[in-house]
Write a protein that binds this ligand. Sequence first.
Ligand code: AMP
Ligand code: MG
Length: 477
Amino acid sequence: MILSNQYATFDWAGSRVEPTPLQEPRLLLVNHALAEELGMALSDQQWLEITSGIRLLPDMSPFAQVYAGHQFGGYSPRLGDGRALLLGEVVAPDGQRWDLHLKGAGKTPYSRFGDGRAVLRSSLREYLASEALYHLGIPTTRALCLVGSEEPVYREQVEPGAAVLRVAQSHLRFGHFEYFYYSGEAERIPALLDYLIQTQWPDLSQDQAGYAALFERVVRRTATLIARWQAVGFCHGVMNTDNMSMLGLTLDYGPYGFLDGYNPGHICNHSDHAGRYAYDQQPSVGYWNLQRLAQALSGLVPVESLRQALDGYEHALLSSFSETMRQKLGLAAWEDEDPALFRDMFNLMAAQQVDYSCWFRRLALLAPEGPVPEPLLTLLSDAGAWDDWFGRYQARLAREGRDHGDKVAQMNAVNPKYVLRNHLAQQAIERAERGDMSEAALLLQVLSRPFDEQPEFDYYAAPAPEWAGQICVSCSS
Ligand code: AMP
Ligand code: MG
């Protein structure tokens, strides 16, 4: 295992801070498969000590990064790792380099009024969701280890403290670049861009042309990330520019949520009163955020190049989204009437709040001929309103003339049976808070094969129960 912390050599980009150990820590989860991928053969005791902040491995040099960001539309000039530390960088056996980032590690110069801690509820939510998205094939940070503690943490109520060790190829955010741009230190930006190029995209040159290509890459990755969120029904909840990854990863899991019943205006964050980050706003917010990044890079990349890259956003997002939708409906090729078929489907789904994940998964059961199967009908509050749509869709399938079994297999490979519904996370959290990690472990196991039938776990694939609507998820974490 090769460890270093190249970022920490940028002493102007943050502060060296030692973790503040958690009191009475308990090892709750270790992602052994990921640890193996990273080439980190550590004992449980070592995972416990590192994640609770008791011990560092040789060559780790914990560092809190400074960044800024547009939060709910307004600029916050100084954010940063207020409760997280970049412990170091590990090079995996396959040569890939990863940041080790410890969240909940205590106060830093960027904690503002915060306590530097994270609660078990939000740490487990991050662990579950990042692994769920990873197994859905959606770019994301990943979770390596979760530690709980007896230390009380004060939020709306007293909650158990925790820390999560997460990894990503880079934790650089749009907000890093905004910080240096707006604080009058724009001359620092090239060093950060060069670092990103050197560690992630060595095919790019470390000059103006390379920076322009880098921005274009960030635009494309952001567009396809959001297209994938939309297709799977994922809402991030706090798409502030400090939570936007330069690598196009899903980053900083707060009040996220997967759609249950389809509601395009769904707001998963109870603190987001205006719905700025509602499900159907995510594509346009992604664009707005990229414009903020473009502004921060405007001294280094010609405005025309930035504009050109931004112009590619909508096409990249829509083509990725519609391609995925075509596959989700089991269609092999496009026909002229398909946009109308999709539009009418979404309108009907919204009118009846049809369960998003169950709908796509069960749609595969519909053959080109014959009655609509019962598992599909039970999702609809007014099946009669769907008659015309089912007729058109079946005629469409019949025209393609594909083998039904092949089509089912292809649809099942893109329509997950299992997603991390809010109430499933909630049940795992309540058990974890009582000291029982078995539900979380089982849920992780089910979510690691989201496209497989796993009939013994049908319970996890069912639409949400009534009480799920009462779960309150806010930024408080
Ligand atoms: P978030 O909303 O989690 O993306 O956090 C926004 C900013 O607030 C980041 O700079 C975090 O590091 C910081 N922050 C959030 N919670 C805490 C906390 N409990 N203690 C210190 N800083 C925090
Ligand atoms: Mg954040």
